[in-house]
Design a protein around this ligand. Structure first.
Ligand code: GAP
Length: 519
């Protein structure tokens, strides 16, 4: 646990030191669970967004993108169920006065059981060496089987109690598990209560005429209310999808873990409209497609897993998370939800407008069913950034910090260095920048010895460093150094564009979606 905390602290401080993420309003001591993306962070975030948008919109003829407003008519949230059902079960500790999400307290308890299982697996793998069969171990080792059974029973009970809104049983479960306040160790708990997560605001100048609004807690509703407009103007035929990226706001009570859970965050969502009855098939298809998108980034298939929901949101008939191994363990990164016709049906009822699709083949109208894919951009950022940050021991026994970002996502693709600040070398380096900048984000650096400049760019995640030296003046060649292998090659200046392009080109990365397997 301590190592995990330490690794995570390093991620947060590296994000600050290298201009990726800052605490919001830091000069006023910051605002809790609100963060700003700095010069490199904004680029990384944009690249992730583009990678998602290209995979979802550009590569799918039947998916289009929109950009709906954050403010929406307040009835939207009544229809969507958020006014009545977008709640978290909260519990206060009477001694420490700290407030917690009751379900998170239980889930954290289960995470500790899972950590014990993981520990047994690691121990056994060491003991049995090559002969170790993880599946067999998980299903036969008495202690591990008991741990798994225990975790399953707890989660099932939590799921059922939440589903039935039996908050008294959630409290009972916390007491039975003997869960203590993580701050004070006290077990003196209040009752569990529901708390709505939407932020309210007002539209209009005068107090009498001002309208109560909510900041949207998900981007999806902007898609639902535009369903018919897009279908008609885009002449879309079912099955088709509408995608969008944008800010969402939630008054998270337990906002923690850096940018994992924030109050203002960005989502990348896609609603896929289908014929009723085909939802199972499309749900499986989108689970698989989205997993392939993740795997295409090469961050290790062992770092992802599916988690099927026991407790379903008010709109869903099936739901799964794609979980990622964050520095603090496996947690939700993306959700895939079968939302039935709940949203469109409800908007029909509240608006009095028909939100139906006329099928030209059967000549019937129906309210489409929806499969949703929903990923938090900030969480995706954290998965990419935390996975990339590595301390590496070199052959000479020294260490380097390297940010092995997937090259397609790296904020800066190449840094260009003149070996010295004289003899015409800076001018040549500047000319290289002027040429490459039309295709890539590149930067110039002449400060410090070249070795230190390499280390700076390694830590910054820059895939290539290009050094201009005295030989360049003679023969127009430079050295290009690769961040991950640290290999250096002498190449002609005219080859640089091709070398960088081959490594960072989005097409090559996205094509891996069609080759990668989940194993
Ligand atoms: N439209 C469905 C929906 O919003 P969700 O599971 O509540 O579903 C989807 O959210 C994704 O949005 C999550 O998987 C997560 O990546 C991201 N997300 C949700 N709440 C967040 C928060 N407070 N901070 C950062 N990301 C969040």
């Amino acid at each position: 646990m301590a190592k995990q905390d330490d690794d995570f602290r390093k991620v947060i401080s590296h994000a600050k030191e290298y201009g990726y993420v800052f605490q919001s309003s830091e000069i006023y001591d910051g605002l809790s669970a609100v963060y700003d993306y700095a010069q490199n962070g904004a680029e990384l975030k944009k690249n992730i967004r583009d990678y998602w948008w290209s995979a979802m919109v550009q590569l799918n003829e039947n998916i289009v993108g929109i950009d709906a407003a954050i403010f929406m008519h307040p009835t939207t949230w009544k229809a969507s169920g958020h006014v009545d059902a977008f709640n978290d079960p909260l519990i206060d500790n009477k001694d420490s006065k700290k407030r917690y999400r009751a379900d998170v307290l239980v889930e954290d308890y289960v995470a500790k059981i899972e950590a014990k299982i993981e520990k047994e697996v690691v121990k056994a793998a060491k003991r049995f060496g090559d002969a170790f069969d993880k599946e067999q171990f998980l299903s036969t080792n008495q202690r591990v089987v008991e741990y798994q059974e225990q975790a399953k029973t707890i989660l099932e009970r939590l799921g059922k109690s939440l589903e039935k809104e039996d908050l008294a049983d959630v409290k009972k479960l916390i007491e039975e598990l003997d869960i203590a306040c993580p701050m004070s160790g006290s077990k003196n708990w209040t009752e569990v209560k529901q708390f709505n997560l939407m932020f309210g605001t007002k539209l209009g100048a005068s107090a009498d005429s001002a309208m109560d609004l909510y900041l949207r807690p998900e981007t999806a509703q902007g898609i639902f209310v535009n369903f018919l407009n897009v279908q008609k103007t885009g002449r879309m035929k079912i099955p088709f999808g509408i995608a969008q990226t944008g800010k969402a706001f939630r008054n998270e009570i337990v906002a923690r873990q850096f940018i994992f859970r924030m109050r203002e965050f960005e989502q990348m969502e896609m609603q896929f409209f289908i014929k009723p009855g085909t939802q199972q098939e499309w749900y499986e298809k989108w689970k698989e497609t989205r997993m392939k998108w993740h795997l295409s980034l090469g961050m290790g298939s062992e770092n992802y897993r599916f988690h099927d929901h026991q407790k379903l949101a008010h709109y869903a008939d099936a739901a799964a998370d794609i979980e990622f191994r964050f520095p603090f363990g496996f947690k939700e990164l993306e959700g895939i939800h079968s939302r039935t016709d709940f949203d469109l049906g409800s908007h029909e009822k509240y608006s009095g407008k028909k939100l139906q699709y006329f099928d030209p083949e059967t000549r019937e109208s129906y309210v489409p069913y929806v499969i949703e894919t929903s990923i938090g951009l900030d969480r995706m950022f954290l998965s990419v950034f935390s996975n990339a940050l590595q301390e590496e021991e070199l052959e000479n026994g020294t260490f380097r910090t390297v940010l092995r970002l997937p090259a397609v996502l790296a904020p800066t693709k190449a840094a260009v260095f003149p070996l010295v600040k004289k003899d015409g070398l800076p001018e040549i380096a500047r000319n290289i920048i002027d040429d490459l900048k039309w295709d890539f984000n590149v930067l110039y650096d002449e400060k410090d010895a070249v070795g230190r400049r390499y280390r700076r760019q390694d830590a910054n995640g820059t895939p290539f460093c290009i050094t201009v030296d005295h030989q360049t003046v003679e023969d127009h060649t430079v050295t290009i150094r690769h961040r991950d292998s640290m290999e250096q090659k002498r190449v002609d200046i005219s080859e640089l564009r091709g070398i960088i392009h081959a490594e960072v080109d989005m097409k090559t990365w996205l094509q891996r979606m069609y080759d990668v397997s989940e194993n």
